[in-house]
Design a protein around this ligand. Sequence first.
Ligand SMILES: Nc1ncnc2c1ncn2[C@@H]1O[C@H](COP(=O)(O)OP(=O)(O)OP(=O)(O)O)[C@@H](O)[C@H]1O
Length: 234
Amino acid sequence: MGTISVDGVTRRLGSTTALRDVSFTVDSGEHVGLFGPNGAGKTSLMQLLSTLASPDDGRIRIDGDEVTPDATAVRAKLGVVSHRPMVYGTLTARENLRLHARLRTVDAERVERVLEDVNLRTHASTRVEDFSHGMTKRLSIARAVLHDPTVLLLDEPYAGLDQRSAMDLQRILTRFDDRTVVIATHDLERAVDDCDRALVLVDGTLERTVSLTDLDRHSFETEYLEAVGRSDLQ
Ligand SMILES: Nc1ncnc2c1ncn2[C@@H]1O[C@H](COP(=O)(O)OP(=O)(O)OP(=O)(O)O)[C@@H](O)[C@H]1O
């Protein structure tokens, strides 16, 4: 469960080809990182995987079912954490999750379990507008996993977090390790810990696939820089 197949995907946005004939597969339970300089096509690919848009050419499938904006069954398998927190500031953490649980027909007990999973139980009655950035991110993850998806899509989960909050988040994410995970990030260091494999996009093309098993951070940086053909890290 949670196998992703991306086959010859092209995505055009106005006069830009954001993705060009991109193909790869992600095995069930595998954790894959999407890397690339600004404008490489990471967000465009995450949007397609999230059912927010359709490719102009090619196909994306999850467990054999095509991923399109009207694919309700596919969407039920996906948990999405975008860089914008999709939570209400005037509601408490628990109210946010209960509201979402009702929309997803998830029982209230699961809300309490997920609050525990993301270490927010003691702040469950606090309004989200009083949350730190790290707490809001943890609540976004709780919202994404509430319906127990098999695939987790994380777009820049560490952006804007200080070192400690990023480490907390990284530890929390290990609790969802049994799922298939696709994570778009510029954080090469954390990716080496989080991911089994890295896909490096450059100008909308899948430039390189790197196995991260047994690779240290320095070796991955070298591979990455070779792939993007630049001397600076993004
Ligand atoms: N709505 C849009 N209309 C036209 N072009 C777009 C649009 N959104 C993105 N693009 C272009 O598509 C290309 C891929 O952008 P995308 O946001 O997917 O890259 P990215 O790898 O996520 O970049 P970043 O690291 O900056 O978030 C870029 O050239 C970008 O300018």
